[in-house]
Ligand binder design. Sequence first.
Ligand code: SF4
Length: 64
Amino acid sequence: MRITVDPGRCVGAGQCVLTAPDLFDQDDDGLVTVLAGAADAADPGDVRDAAALCPSGAISVAAD
Ligand code: SF4
């Protein structure tokens, strides 16, 4: 699974962190970051939920 985030589209809503806290975090400006190494261990369902809940479409998920 490949997870791509676009901080330029992120509006800091935090839905991704609430949905998948083991995978996503927010920087000091509230913009999304992906935690290092987390993608391999992430629950695919949580990742897809986070992408679907993001109000700005900043999260993309693709199969390897
Ligand atoms: S849910 Fe979307 S807009 Fe909100 S912090 Fe996460 S990536 Fe940014």
